[in-house]
Ligand binder design. Structure first.
Ligand code: HEC
Ligand code: HEC
Length: 257
């Protein structure tokens, strides 16, 4: 059976006429790590066997490197292990200019405005490495994004996206990531879609990728529009996911299948 047909069978079997899965209150959301096989869970927990740490180390190295004609990140952000610890738990957030920025966007902002260098670009090794490094400094700390005030409209847009049926398979994010949590889909166990381990090392990618890359894979899975990395749709969605995951610890770099 093709992948699309398998999905359709799943959707047809479970959703025909059925109501959308019950809303999950924040605090009940669990990490995707809960569904790793015992072997992958051990690999994830062991820095010598989790390839994601290679990106973290590259990021740490980049952080202290001085580019020609600009300052090193480290020269403005001394002692990042304490001064930037916890920063990742507060992203995405609305900046002073009113734009919603995720951690990648914040790094690019400093890169361009303060380091006066060209942006790294989405999914570049440099941006993934720096993002993985900064997120790793918040490992174990609870996610704590603001979802009120200026963040509210973005959060609401993300929530609406999460609930909208989409694609040829006509499935919403919520139908899978609330309604089918714990069920198998092509060898994966569907989680709450918390996103607290990203950038993550994914076996299918044979490397580290961003949360937006994972979101594009989910959009493709239901044959829906794939939005741009860093685009407003996935940024709003990321804020909603982070709000749902409030209290869950940051786990970057996670391992995923
Ligand atoms: C010339 C000084 C300077 C350089 C160089 C610089 N930054 Fe920054 N950065 C700042 C200042 C100042 C702020 C906070 C003020 C603001 O909101 O703009 C900041 C904020 C940040 C934040 C947000 C922290 C938080 O708690 O929300 C991150 C993340 C960050 N920088 C990462 C980087 C990275 C990565 C680099 C290198 C690519 C870098 N910065 C280079 C000055 C700098
Ligand atoms: C057909 C079911 C299905 C739909 C619909 C779907 N996903 Fe997924 N998603 C999966 C599966 C399967 C995985 C991999 C296993 C897991 O972690 O849940 C996944 C993984 C994820 C992850 C990574 C979780 C982790 O810990 O690695 C996130 C985040 C996510 N999805 C968000 C979304 C969002 C947002 C939408 C709506 C745009 C969506 N998904 C739509 C099935 C689905």
């Amino acid at each position: 059976m093709s992948r699309a047909l398998a999905l359709l069978a799943l959707a047809g079997g479970l959703f025909s006429g059925a109501p959308v899965g019950a809303q999950v209150a924040s605090g009940q959301v669990t990490s995707g790590s809960a569904f790793l096989s015992p072997d992958l869970a051990r690999r994830q927990a062991d820095p010598t066997r989790n390839p994601g740490w290679f990106w973290v180390e590259q990021g740490e190295e980049l952080f202290s490197r001085k580019p020609a004609g600009g300052a090193a990140c480290l020269s403005c952000h001394a002692d990042p292990a304490s001064t930037l610890r916890g920063a990742a738990t507060r992203y995405p957030q609305v900046d002073r200019g009113g734009a919603l920025l995720n951690l990648e966007g914040r790094i690019e902002q400093c890169r361009v405005e303060r380091q006066t260098q060209p942006a790294f670009g989405h999914e570049s090794q440099e941006l993934l490495a720096l993002t993985a490094y900064l997120a790793s400094l918040s490992r174990g700390l609870p996610m704590n994004v603001a979802v009120d005030g200026p963040a509210r409209p973005f959060y609401d847009a993300g929530k609406a996206f999460f609930e909208r049926r989409q694609g040829q398979l006509n499935l919403s994010c919520r139908q899978c990531h609330d309604g089918l949590v714990g069920q198998k889909l092509r060898g994966d166990t569907i989680s709450h879609g918390a996103g607290t381990g990203y950038p993550a090392y994914r076996l299918e990618w044979n490397g580290v990728g961003s949360l937006h890359r994972r979101l594009r894979a989910c959009s493709l899975g239901v044959r829906a529009t794939q939005f741009d990395h860093g685009g407003p749709e996935y940024l709003a969605l990321e804020l909603y996911l982070a709000g749902r995951a409030k209290g869950l610890p940051v786990e970057t770099p996670a391992i995923r299948r």
